[in-house]
Ligand binder design. Structure first.
Ligand code: SF4
Length: 184
């Protein structure tokens, strides 16, 4: 159904902050998302986001482009079918990246990973944030690039020469791109 293509890039945090991070703009985007204030890995935060980036020197990015074959792309899907396909493709790739980054965290002292998208560990609608209870797995929860004000579209355009593609109703896009990385 799909093949994958992998991209990597390394950039200093100073350069990343200067060219790819715009905290106020992306906070406004987050406010329009149903996850806003509903998941511990999403804003609002009780820490200063710029200072979070500045604890590190280097950002090693990984991108995985999932390219769908022609047969899958030409098909028409109901919303339910499309959700199934997305879950069956994105979730396993996201898990592989999470496992890889957790391994890297152990290898690189004082590093932390940024996940491809928001935390889904407890399942949809099951995060403890709305109840004001602590995160169930703080040792595994990681923020995403976009939740810390990173412009993922510009990042992959400039560093991987790939553009984000939006989905049409009832259709799969040509590809999805998962973007994550390691701060060290
Ligand atoms: S691990 Fe569970 S409680 Fe913590 S942010 Fe993720 S979904 Fe929420």
């Amino acid at each position: 159904m799909y093949t994958t293509k992998r991209y990597t890039a390394s950039i200093s945090i100073d350069e990343y902050l200067e060219n790819y991070v715009d905290i106020p703009t992306f906070l406004e985007c987050c406010k329009a998302c149903p996850n806003y204030n509903q998941i511990w890995s999403c804003p609002t935060y009780d820490f200063d986001v710029e200072s979070y980036w500045k604890q590190y020197h280097t950002f090693d990015l990984i991108g995985v482009q999932m390219i769908f074959d022609e047969e899958s792309r030409l098909k028409e899907y109901t919303a339910e079918e499309l959700n199934k396909v997305i879950k069956a493709s994105i979730l396993p790739e996201k898990q592989k990246l999470t496992d890889e980054l957790f391994k890297k965290e152990k290898e690189v002292p004082n590093s932390i990973s940024l996940s491809a998208g928001s935390c889904i560990m407890c399942g949809k609608g099951n995060c403890t944030k709305p109840e004001g209870k602590p995160c169930r797995h703080p040792e595994k929860m990681r923020y995403s690039i976009e939740s810390l004000g990173g412009n993922v579209g510009k990042t992959i355009h400039d560093l991987f020469h790939v553009d984000l593609e939006w989905m049409e109703e009832g259709k799969l896009p040509t590809y999805f791109v998962l973007v994550c990385g390691l701060l060290s």
